[in-house]
Design a protein around this ligand. Structure first.
Ligand code: SAM
Length: 225
């Protein structure tokens, strides 16, 4: 059975999609997608040997070798000419790492119409990348599993406009204001306030002062939202 987190990612994959799951680890997600008849085919990419071998083994065990190709490659280099990938999933990494994967092999996205990205932290980096690269946020979800908070971002090609608060918090998440969202950002504010107190006690160097002001700005931004 898939984790609640990966199940959420899977729920945004269009039926009939050809999926590339990058950083697939055990290839649980592509196996699930093909088994459920959601994806017609899939590529599972892994850059590390151990997880790559787990993926190969899992795909074999599930009897899906004709539908899922496992490749050992760095990020989107796992996508080859002729794969005709329509959806890319990247889950379980930090936002900046996901962005670096998207930036490194842009030609691999040529046939892709949907990105389903699940950053563990710093989703902001993904929203900034999307804004700069003509991808628009179609959907966003925040969820909690085993005491950890995850975000899922669904991107389609298109233009969007985001305010500073929306880039940080997520336009859809900000609107929905679910209990998990409110709790996450309340905790974030409390952390920032603790850092500010430490700065106040440490004395006011120019750098400290700048950091303090930056945090005040963030706290205000989130509180207003
Ligand atoms: N996607 C799975 C999930 O969400 O459960 C596995 C997440 S696991 C924490 C992250 C995986 O990404 C690791 O197996 C790691 O080897 C792989 N990874 C990290 N950087 C990568 C890259 N540049 N290209 C391909 N895989 C990468």
């Amino acid at each position: 059975k898939l984790s609640k987190r990966l199940e959420k990612v899977a729920s945004f994959v269009p039926t009939g999609a050809v999926v590339a799951d990058i950083g697939s680890d055990h290839a649980y997600l592509p196996c699930y997608l093909v088994h459920k008849g959601i994806a017609s085919r899939a590529v599972a990419g892994e850059v590390v040997k151990g997880p790559y071998e787990s993926a190969v083994k899992q795909v074999r065990t599930e009897g899906l070798t004709d539908k899922i190709t496992v490749r050992m490659a760095d990020g989107l280099a796992a996508v080859e000419e002729g794969d005709e990938i329509t959806a890319v999933t990247i889950a379980g990494m930090g936002g900046p790492l996901i962005v670096s994967i998207l930036e490194k092999h842009p030609q691999a996205l040529k046939t892709v119409t949907r990105l389903i990205l699940q950053p563990n932290i710093h989703a902001k980096a993904i929203r900034e990348w999307a804004l700069a690269n003509q991808w628009a946020i179609q959907d966003e979800v925040i969820l909690e599993e085993d005491g950890k908070v995850y975000e899922v971002l669904v991107l389609q090609r298109g233009e969007m406009k985001l305010t500073e608060a929306e880039i940080l918090l997520g336009p859809k998440l900000m609107n929905a204001k679910t209990p998990v969202f409110v709790e996450k950002w309340s905790r974030e504010i409390a952390n920032w306030q603790r850092v500010q107190q430490a700065i106040e006690q440490a004395g006011k160097t120019p750098e400290n002062q700048a950091k303090h002001e930056e945090l005040s700005h963030l706290i205000k931004l989130v509180q207003e939202a």
